[in-house]
Design a protein around this ligand. Structure first.
Ligand code: Q9C
Ligand code: ZN
Length: 335
């Protein structure tokens, strides 16, 4: 299977995130890339499809902000990574915002998504990796792997969050639709709920979003991913959330995946996008499921049995040493 990534993706290196009232080391580190490339690579460089396909999934004002945010932070005399400290829930962008602090808060859901010097180039590169993988699938590959970093599934049309800036899976799905694959299914198997992806497609009946994740009652992102979120308008019923308790093992995970895949089958997609996070791994430092390497091969086998052309987009996975072998086990199961 072809593996795509962009060298700029390694240049995004925030130092810390706010968690439980204190600073902790940033878990989404550049070394994740080499762990995967050592096990699955070296892979191929992403092609550049330009900004247009990114704007098919994201608000232009948000993209313009993201591009320029670090420069504005430095221009304000700040050191270190750019991060907000006011997150509006009422007056979001009804004002002409002046200070970088105001703008960054208006475009963030949380304080785990700092903007560093290389963030824009890395996020852009990750989106291009997803687009390159999508191109491979649309031109005849049965499956392709986009080694995206930073990840994307917590980013909405006009916000970042949870280590995510641009929604790589959504950008790829919209590009597929523009090229005639109108019915798409996105299955999100990252430990965390893919709130950004859900949000982008919430009222879209053509794109099914099915997610298996830690119950948001106990886990980030808390406010999304509950079982009663099922889509709206034309998208009613095209969102499926399957939250599972902390401590879930493969025996509890597999039935949920079977349910998600049955819904995919019923949707009849031209194309499948898998938001793959290896943070369901038993050894993950920030997550609480208990999957093991061989479970990823079984997971991929169930997905491959659908017989639908499939793009795999990398999301989370923070046990850096084991990440490469977990990804390799997953890709092996796709055949
Ligand atoms: N100690 C993804 O896996 N911070 N994002 C939680 C946990 C946010 C995870 C802190 C976690 C975001 C793509
Ligand atoms: Zn995650």
């Amino acid at each position: 299977m072809r593996v795509f990534s962009d060298p700029a993706q390694a240049e995004h290196a925030p130092t810390r995130e706010l968690h439980n009232g204190g600073w902790m080391d940033y878990a989404e580190v550049p070394a994740r890339l080499n762990s995967v490339l050592d096990a699955c690579g070296p892979g191929e460089p992403a092609r550049d499809f330009g900004i247009e396909p990114i704007l098919a999934a994201h608000d232009p004002a948000y993209v313009a902000f993201l591009r320029d945010a670090y420069r504005q932070w430095r221009a304000a005399g700040r050191e270190g990574d750019a991060m907000g400290y006011v997150f509006p829930i009422v007056a979001r962008r009804k004002l002409e915002l002046e200070r970088i602090d105001a703008k960054i808060g208006a475009y963030s859901t949380d304080a785990s998504t700092p903007i560093a010097a290389g963030t824009w180039d890395a996020a852009y590169g990750a989106a291009q990796s997803a687009l390159t993988g999508m191109d491979a699938v649309l031109t005849g590959d049965r499956a392709a792997f986009a080694l995206c970093r930073p990840p994307g599934h917590h980013a909405g049309a006009d916000y970042m969050g949870g280590y995510c800036y641009l929604n790589n899976a959504a950008v790829a799905a919209r590009a597929a639709q523009a090229r005639g694959a109108s019915r798409v299914a996105i299955v999100d198997v990252d430990y965390h709920h893919g709130n950004g992806t859900q949000d982008i497609f919430y009222d879209d009946g053509e794109v099914l979003f099915a997610s298996i994740h830690a119950d948001p009652k106990t886990d980030f992102p808390f406010y999304w991913g509950h079982a009663d979120e099922r889509g709206a308008g034309a998208g009613e019923g095209a969102t499926l959330n399957l939250p599972l308790p902390q401590g879930t093992e493969w025996s509890g995970y597999a039935p949920a995946l079977e349910k998600a895949l049955a819904t995919v089958r019923a949707h009849g997609p031209d194309l499948l996008v898998i938001s793959y996070g290896a943070d369901t791994f038993a050894g993950d430092p920030i997550s609480q499921f208990r999957l093991h390497r061989d479970d990823y091969t079984a997971m991929a086998g169930m997905i491959a049995a659908l017989g639908v052309p499939t793009l795999i987009v990398m999301e989370g996975g923070y046990a850096v040493d084991a990440l490469g072998s977990n990804v390799a086990a997953f890709l092996a199961g796709l055949g």
